[in-house]
Ligand binder design. Sequence first.
Ligand SMILES: [Zn+2]
Ligand SMILES: [Zn+2]
Length: 325
Amino acid sequence: MRGNFRWLALLLILCSVVLGADPSAMDKGRVHALKVTVLSTMLADGDELGEWGFSALVEADGHRILFDTGGHSDVVLKNCGTLKIDLTTVPEVVLSHWHPDHVGGFITLRDSVLATTPTALARTHVGEGIFLPRTGSADGVQINPMLSIKPTYEKSGGEFVVHDKPVQLYPGVWLTGPVPRKYPERNWSKGVQVKAPTGVKEDNLPEDTALIFDTDKGLVVLTGCGHAGVVNIADFARATVRPSRIYALIGGLHLFEASEKTLVWTAEKLNSFGVDNLLGAHCTGVETVYRFRHDLGLDRSHAVVGAVGATFELGHGIDPRQIAK
Ligand SMILES: [Zn+2]
Ligand SMILES: [Zn+2]
């Protein structure tokens, strides 16, 4: 009996050590080398092509991930050629949400590597809900291209990994999965319905997924359209990974048509987190980038309109290329 008590005491001590440990002190891993290169957005210079869409190449401690694939079937492929980016060395893809301006180049890019390197672009991470049918008008015609992309991609040997919660893909590299809508942001265009398991309703892009990188300088957030709301995404990243400053915010924030009130509220919230760099591309809106430059207390080298070929790199900051300098 006495021996049993001794074991119980030992178990209690172990439990208290585990429960008492500060989770933020636990080493979840950090990213030490990070470069994000914009491959698709509206603004372009040099020989690159601009389009309404988004795509970026992520290089994080040697892991290469393609984040979104642009709108036209061939624009990202052409821009990769111009920028001398070899996609056969990129095994993984993240598709942030179903919108055609983010998945339009996906099958073309997969086809471009298939003959020589079938392991390239072969594993694609998505958020739960990306394959739900969508309708855009009264005629009820289904418009989500992911429904036809899925069998085509899988036939080529590609694999979709569907996430319903945050996941750490590599040390310090996090995928949010679907983001809880804590704040009432409505950063999406109206008029599309989603056929969810609970019934047909307005499509608020439940799958909208972002990449988060935990660096010694703070969190780096990469969004496609940011339909979950940039504040919801940053808030969720801080709750999931660690409550640090946002060292960089990169990608589309879908604020181009936002009201004055929304822009003021969003900037206030972002200020409460602290934002050090903004590479506002795609649907962020040009005016929004300049507003945030002012409201977040940034300067022209730390708040930049994203152009094709622009980069953000740890240790170097933002390289805007030519037109957005
Ligand atoms: Zn978009
Ligand atoms: Zn979108």
